[in-house]
Design a protein around this ligand. Structure first.
Ligand SMILES: Nc1nc2c(ncn2[C@@H]2O[C@H](COP(=O)(O)OP(=O)(O)OP(=O)(O)O)[C@@H](O)[C@H]2O)c(=O)[nH]1
Ligand SMILES: [Mg+2]
Length: 240
């Protein structure tokens, strides 16, 4: 069984998705899903710790989700948009800004992990090797990891380094969901094209979540939907 199945999703369905980001929720169920996301992030998310080696990861007592992707793709910015906190994760124009696994606590219901980017050529060789090893070990071997949001820059599309990570995740059966970032930087027609191309690249990948998310942290697009996706993976609200 793949972890896609574990999460109640089948990666075989929905090979074709309509251009998403409906402005109005359609059904009561859809409204409830988005509301669960809003509630989860209505309270402040707090920084928990930075980790540079697997041995110092927190106890695996809460579900985790993480944001992975090439350097500068917009991981830290998206975490800030989702949590409504401008400076929670360190975002920067300088690639290679995030150098550790940064843990954030979401109301003791889930943890978010901001990962160092891969594919950054200008860091020292030893640094690159260190981050790459840690990131891969984490992605492939972290038991509480419920889903990886794999970010792809909508202007650049899927690169070889992304395909490598996808293959690793397919092998270990950890569900990943593709998030196209920075859609404010390109025209709608180009967004549609990159969406279609990306769909064809994940169509036969067993651990890929079939629904690709379109986002812009700058314009706050797609953020409600990611909150809803995350809420569905979190522990239920206590007291319910
Ligand atoms: N226009 C636009 N710019 C964005 C968006 N998201 C991120 N950026 C910019 O892209 C740059 C990189 O963003 P980060 O969030 O630091 O990227 P990262 O993936 O965390 O980068 P590393 O930590 O180096 O791996 C910053 O200058 C952001 O302001 C977006 O949705 N739209
Ligand atoms: Mg970062």
């Amino acid at each position: 069984m793949t972890s896609a199945d574990k999460n109640g999703q089948s990666s075989r369905q929905a090979s074709k998705q309509p251009t998403p980001q409906k402005s109005e929720p359609q059904t009561a169920q859809e409204r409830a899903r988005l509301e669960a996301g809003r509630i989860l992030f209505a309270r402040p998310v707090t920084f928990m710790l930075s980790v540079v080696k697997m041995a110092t990861l927190p106890p695996p007592d809460l579900p985790e989700i993480c944001f992975a992707g090439r350097s500068n793709v917009g991981k830290s910015s998206l975490i800030n948009a989702i949590t409504n906190q401008n400076k929670l994760a360190k975002a920067s124009n300088t690639p290679g800004r995030t150098r550790e696994l940064n843990y954030f606590n979401v109301s003791d219901r889930l943890r978010i992990v901001d990962l160092p980017g891969y594919g950054y050529a200008r860091a020292s060789k030893t640094d690159i090797e260190k981050w790459t090893k840690l990131t891969r070990q984490f992605l492939a071997g972290r038991a509480p990891l419920r889903r990886i949001f794999l970010l792809i820059d909508s202007r650049r599309g899927v690169k070889d380094s992304d395909l490598e990570i996808m293959s690793l995740l397919d092998e270990v059966a950890v569900t990943y969901q593709i998030v196209l970032t920075k859609t404010d930087k390109i025209k709608k027609g180009e967004v549609d094209k990159v969406l279609e191309k990306t769909q064809s690249k994940i169509a036969r990948r067993p651990a890929a979540h079939p629904h690709i998310l379109l986002t812009s942290s700058e314009k706050n697009l797609g953020v409600e939907e990611i909150r809803a996706q995350i809420a569905a993976l979190a522990l239920p609200q206590s007291g319910l």
